[in-house]
Design a protein around this ligand. Structure first.
Ligand code: TRP
Length: 356
């Protein structure tokens, strides 16, 4: 029994290559949360098949890569539970039941799905399973009955849908009244706490091109495993249009965003000083700021690079398999318990089963 409230969040292994945008957008948040919460970190490898069903080797490699990344960043599989989606049957089973609680048209109007269809160029040829993943995501979450779901802004529509499903389930199958506020559902006999999204400190980090969101495909990313030298080289490439250390600078430009993201956390006084002098044009050149940023970022990344290096090769793969087995075992205990309770509420419980 643990007294800590639960959180659940996850990543879809459609690519590898963590960069600083991922770090400030979610990983940093997860590192802090794993201290205070009973944390579940899910690898949505089944969801990866919605757009890459013809690339199973790649999904497998990405899955292993993401777990190595999590370990390198400092997520701790002893304190938190790593959940490999495809090994948790309760998630698939709940997905089908939950699909009855959401109007079809509502799924198809989900703005996150719509954006993905556009940005990934899926046209009208995507598989049935693609919109289905939004229902699946409700099951990913509710299987663990968490209170909070730490995600990026782009996921808020999914969390909203998940809340709708939980409300509906509790009302339809657990006798919770229509007027009971979300926060009181469990007290009122509901199986599911109504989870809330929790968006990270820096929702959007600009890339080194200074305008677009940092992204691997745009070629404007600083990766967590770039060498110290490459990190500095990339920072040095940033252009702000500022001509001299005495020209008043833009307090919101990419360099100042990075000061907020990578210096303010560790040394808020220094970050404030840099920003003040930069904006005032008080003898502080871009080159100097870049050098200080390089030091701060490399200080952050060095332990991650070192840990990641220990996970290369067969020994690293072996470690990942152990981490998966350990996480799946713990996750199935919780998810099976949820499924049993949900089936009971739905009068669909007939035989007892055990997994694992
Ligand atoms: N859809 C999420 C993404 O692409 C990944 C994900 C799957 C997830 N299941 C989840 C996130 C449950 C939070 C909770 O980023």
């Amino acid at each position: 029994m643990t007294a800590k409230p639960r959180i659940l969040t996850g990543d879809t292994p459609t690519s590898t290559g963590l960069h600083l945008g991922h770090y400030v957008g979610s990983l940093e948040n997860r590192l802090a949360l794993q201290e205070q919460y009973d944390s579940y970190f899910l690898i949505a490898n089944v969801h990866a098949f919605t757009t890459m069903a013809d690339k199973p080797e790649q999904i497998r490699a990405n899955t292993i890569g993401i777990i190595k990344d999590w370990l390198a960043v400092g997520l701790d599989p002893d304190r938190s539970t790593f959940v490999l989606q495809s090994e948790i049957p309760a998630i698939a089973e709940l997905t089908f039941f939950f699909a009855m609680l959401i109007p079809f048209n509502k799924v198809m109007r989900n703005p996150t799905l719509k954006t993905e269809i556009e940005t990934k160029g899926l046209g009208d040829s995507y598989p049935f399973g693609f919109p289905m993943y939004a229902v699946g995501q409700c099951a990913d979450i509710l299987a663990f009955r968490p209170e909070l779901v730490p995600v990026g802004e782009d996921q808020e529509a999914h969390i909203e849908m998940c809340r709708d499903v939980a409300l509906k389930f509790n009302q339809q199958y657990c006798g919770v009244g229509n007027r009971v506020p979300a926060a009181e559902h469990v007290q009122a006999g509901g199986l599911f706490p109504i989870p809330a999204a929790k968006v990270g400190r820096v929702a959007r980090l600009a890339g080194i091109d200074g305008t677009n969101k940092m992204s691997k495909s745009l070629g404007n990313a600083i990766f967590l495993y770039d060498s110290a030298k490459d990190v500095q080289k990339k920072l040095n490439k940033i252009t702000t249009g500022r001509q001299s250390p005495n020209e008043p600078g833009d307090g919101n430009n990419v360099l100042m965003q990075y000061v907020d993201a990578f210096i303010a956390g560790g040394d808020p006084a220094r970050a404030a000083e840099i920003k003040r002098r930069y904006v005032a044009g008080d003898n502080l050149g871009d080159g100097h700021v870049k050098a200080e940023l390089g030091e701060a970022i490399n200080r952050l990344l060095e332990p991650m690079r070192a840990r990641r290096a220990t996970l290369d090769g067969p020994a690293g793969d072996q470690r990942v398999m152990e981490v998966i087995a350990q996480g799946v075992k713990r996750a199935n205990v919780v998810a099976e318990e949820t499924l049993t309770l949900a089936k009971k509420a739905m009068k669909a419980d007939f035989v007892h089963r055990t997994i694992g």
